[in-house]
Design a protein around this ligand. Structure first.
Ligand SMILES: Nc1nc2c(c(=O)[nH]1)N[C@H]1C(S)=C(S)[C@@H](COP(=O)(O)O)O[C@H]1N2
Ligand SMILES: [Mo]
Length: 242
């Protein structure tokens, strides 16, 4: 048995953007249960129009945008909030030079871009996503992995979300730490300030709200691996699909 990935609303975002009472008022007409589903999103797009046309701008912009195709996942809401002054990306474990980088320091590493289709193992996809960020291998080279280094564990600020890559996977040219999506800084719901992007693997390998990379000899199973999903999540070649 495999636990099911479901989308969850973010109570904190909902509350702070438009005020919880307003939000609850807006969705009271039965819309709220539709917001996070798929067929539901299409129904939502049609059903909500007459309502949203009558809403003030602040409320309208806080409604989900069904056209993007993304579903926002967080296993343990509320989503982490990025605080530039205190945020660091730590690289530790079997490395000669453990590091702790500010976002500015991370951005000072060579920039790389990548356009790829995004696939969640549950069956939804987003075509042509433009990512910009740093190659994991460039960051790793700066930290100088030791001889026994085999596995990288990526830890999210959203406890307990973690996932792993082998050294060979993480050093592929398209394995990124992305700080921009579609030409803009990564938004909070997509994992600000930095998320892992593995274009040839299912989305669950892409840890959002990344804050630590630990190099080790052996793998601890990731969040979804503990729930039955494959460690090697190559699109089309791993379980949970179809
Ligand atoms: N921290 C964290 N990262 C995560 C997840 C999550 O719940 N928490 N979900 C994963 C899954 S299963 C997918 S498909 C993608 C979804 O990305 P999105 O929320 O930006 O659409 O994020 C991945 N990274
Ligand atoms: Mo997913």
């Amino acid at each position: 048995m495999v636990a099911e990935m479901t989308e969850r609303p973010d109570p904190e975002t909902d509350g702070t953007r438009i005020g919880r009472r307003v939000f609850l008022g807006v969705v009271a007409g039965g819309v709220s249960s539709l917001v996070w589903g798929d067929a539901a999103l299409r129904a939502f797009a049609g059903a909500v129009k007459p309502i949203s046309d009558a809403l003030p701008d602040a409320v309208r912009t806080a409604l989900p945008a069904p056209s993007t195709g993304w579903r926002i996942y967080a296993v343990n809401p509320p989503m982490p909030t990025f605080r530039p002054a205190s945020w660091r990306l730590r690289v530790d474990g079997l490395v000669d030079r453990p590091t702790s980088l500010t976002l500015a320091q991370l951005k000072a590493l060579p920039r790389t871009e990548n356009v790829s289709d995004f696939h969640c193992v549950t069956g939804w996809s987003v075509p042509n996503v433009h990512w910009a960020g740093v190659r994991i291998k460039d960051l790793l080279a700066a930290a100088a992995p030791q001889a026994g280094a085999r596995i990288l564990t990526f830890t999210s600020a959203e406890v307990p979300y973690v996932d792993t890559l082998t050294m060979a996977q993480a050093t592929l040219d398209d394995a990124l730490l992305a700080y921009e999506m579609d030409g803009r800084p990564l938004t909070r719901e997509h994992g600000a300030p930095v998320r892992v992007v593995m274009p040839k693997m299912y989305g669950y390998k892409g840890v959002k709200w990344l804050e630590q990379i630990t190099v080790a000899a052996r793998a601890q199973p990731g969040y979804w691996e503990q729930r039955g999903y494959d460690t090697n999540a190559w699109v089309g070649r791993s379980n949970g699909y179809g």
